[in-house]
Design a protein around this ligand. Structure first.
Ligand SMILES: [Zn+2]
Length: 92
């Protein structure tokens, strides 16, 4: 269940929902850049390896078999909408 995710896991979940083909390394790099530019992030000093273990936990907690299915999960839960200009999903 989503409520079981830690803030760090939830942040990675949102990244994967928005861009399923992103690699663990790209997630780590994008968070480093976000942090450097002052964007609030739950992920500090995260390594590619750490991202991988978070992703594994996310899949277990949400009972989803692959990271590529997280976007479908997020859409079903009303957390992510693939339509860029759509306002159906509340922006956090
Ligand atoms: Zn929408």
């Amino acid at each position: 269940m989503l409520s079981q995710l830690t803030p760090t896991e939830y942040e990675i979940f949102l990244i994967l929902a928005a861009s399923p083909i992103i690699t663990n390394k790209q997630i780590a790099i994008s968070r480093e850049k976000a942090k450097a530019s002052g964007v609030p992030t739950a992920l500090s000093n995260i390594s590619e390896h750490t991202v991988a273990s978070h992703v594994q936990k996310i899949l277990e907690k949400l009972d989803v078999s692959s990271r590529y299915l997280l976007q479908e999960y997020a859409i079903r839960q009303g957390i992510y909408c693939p339509n860029v200009n759509c306002t159906c999903v509340k922006k956090k």
